[in-house]
Design a protein. Structure first.
Length: 175
């Protein structure tokens, strides 16, 4: 895929998935308006805004990492090599983790109980997609390299120190 097509595909995927699941659905669920569930909710709103901004960082960085590796986050146009740089050195699913931070941030920003439920459902769907779709594909495509990476880097809770490029995997069962 040419670099311009890769960039366009990545941008379209970012807008389509992020826009649909991060903006449109919460809006259509009527949860994108400000609630004041508790006194002094302004502090929670500020934390929510910061979480939204912080959640965008690993998402954008991951998209850039896929582009640099010659592919996109779109499963049918994935890179020819396993991406283990950037935020992937800390956590195997930085796009999902960033997206969850954005949804938690929206929950706090809007003070919406409905967004808590939406966030929980989104995490369950994402975790199922990773476990039953993405991981088997990565294991088939990258074999031992992916298995070593999987042993060394946790799926959901980021490591405190980044994984070095030459770091061997931990023993099995360490997810």
């Amino acid at each position: 895929m040419r670099r311009s097509a890769t960039a366009a595909t990545s941008l379209a995927w970012f807008v389509a998935t992020g826009g649909t699941f991060g903006c449109l659905l919460p809006y259509l669920l009527n949860d994108w308006h400000f609630h004041q569930p508790l006194p002094y909710w302004g502090i929670a709103r500020a934390v929510g805004f910061l979480l939204i901004c912080a959640g965008l960082i690993p998402v954008v960085d991951s998209f850039a990492g896929f582009f640099t590796a010659g592919g996109t986050p779109v499963p049918v146009a994935s890179p020819p090599r396993l991406v283990t740089s950037g935020f992937y050195r800390y956590v195997r699913n930085p796009i999902y983790v960033g997206f969850l931070a954005i949804l938690v941030g929206q929950t706090l920003l809007f003070g919406s109980p409905g967004l808590i439920t939406y966030t929980a459902v989104a995490w369950c769907v994402g975790a199922a997609a990773v476990r039953f779709y993405e991981e088997p594909i990565l294991a088939r495509k990258f074999g031992a390299e992916y298995q070593a990476y999987r042993r060394a880097v946790p799926a959901w809770l980021p490591r405190l120190r980044p994984r070095a490029a030459d770091e061997p995997g931990r023993p099995e069962g360490g997810d």
